[in-house]
Design a protein around this ligand. Sequence first.
Ligand code: ADP
Ligand code: ASP
Ligand code: MG
Length: 456
Amino acid sequence: MSNFNVAGSFNVAKFGGTSVANFEAMSRCAAIIEKNSQTKLVVSSACSGVTNLLVELSNGVQDKARREELLSQLADIHHAILDQLADPVAAEKEVHTILDSVASASEAASFQTSKKLTDHLVSCGELMSTHILAQLMRERGIPAIRFDIREVLRTNNNFGKAEPHLEEIAQLAQQKLIPLCQEHVVITQGFIGSDEEGNTTTLGRGGSDYSAALIAESVQAAGLEIWTDVPGIYTTDPRIAPKASPIPEISFSEASEMANFGAKILHPSTLVPALRHQIPVFVGSSKEPEKGGTWIRQQVESSPLFRALALRCNQTMVTLRSANMFHAYGFLAKVFEILAKHKISVDLITTSEISVSLTLDQTDTSGGAPELPEAVRAELEELCTVEVEHNLCLVALIGNNMSESKGYAKHVFGTLEDFNLRMICYGASPHNLCFLLHESVSKAAIQKLHQELFEK
Ligand code: ADP
Ligand code: ASP
Ligand code: MG
């Protein structure tokens, strides 16, 4: 299963929120670590639900009673685990200190929010879970030590979606992390880092996967294990299509496409460091490790035409229309100049003679649909009419050699003839075909496509 058997090197194992949700779940993580003596570095998420509570607090809760309710929910989640430890005193003290800082930062956020304050607040989930997980492991006889990853994971100060400084991370990991792994199993935080001034930053929602991959890269790990609540990567989200089936082996490029197109199982950037260093990645369930999982590798045995379906909601589509665009040059250049000036990142784009439709990119900590800032809209309106639509989802069909295969688009679009497709990107990549549709029908579209393309 998760044995990499590379002499002199070790594995990094990441456990997601549901894997560390409570005492039983954390104990299952400990059992997985006990089974593989090569696992020397453990990257943990916050306990399930905690980051959502922290995000709500960081958005500024003015109602004091509601704030206190959220704070007590946070305390309850952590106390429920602490109460089952044999010797909780030291971890409890640490957790209380963090909860106190959450209380004061939440009050500050109720007056004025900022991305920097949000990152300070939302990082507290991982800071708490790792104190508890390390103590639980020690009580089982694992030589665990908690390490604050902010000492190593240097990023820029783009709060909410910080970018890693790779060379510094590698250097700091050599200095601080690798020596600790000689004698200990190091328990550290996913999702968080720090900028040059020591401010806490985050890598965006779901960022623990990315952290684990960055850490694996920095210590040149032999393997990266992503332990979650499903036994591997499926043909689509099994919560949407119950007949989705696990994929035993998948290439880096296919899995990257899935992550990029919203398959929540992996943060979109996760595979970039793994691919750079050719680190094999395993995805499995901490609830059912015996079920095996998915291996993500450079070379795989099969490359089917259709591999998987992914869904990404909270899409914002901007449609720009202008009769002047017809047979004119330079229009798109002007549009992109405005977008670039305001640091608006565009995800998908389609054009016709008199219109351009594009979707906006976002995966930062705040969640929700990205907005087109008023200032950008005003500048664009000097060129053309601007229409912004929300409540859209992007469905992506991921596969291999799609642009060279005949007839499949007819099959796909025939299956979806009853759906109103808003924007279609087809042919630009050999690995995917994707389209936007209204949120209310997006799951039905996935179910229908899955049935037609993967269940027959
Ligand atoms: P973690 O907290 O461990 O990071 P996530 O909730 O972020 O876990 O990701 C796991 C979830 O991803 C699964 O429960 C599943 O609902 C969802 N998911 C989306 N697409 C897929 C897919 N293709 N295969 C498996 N799970 C998927
Ligand atoms: N705790 C963070 C989140 O919920 C990061 C993660 O779990 O990957 O987004
Ligand atoms: Mg996740």
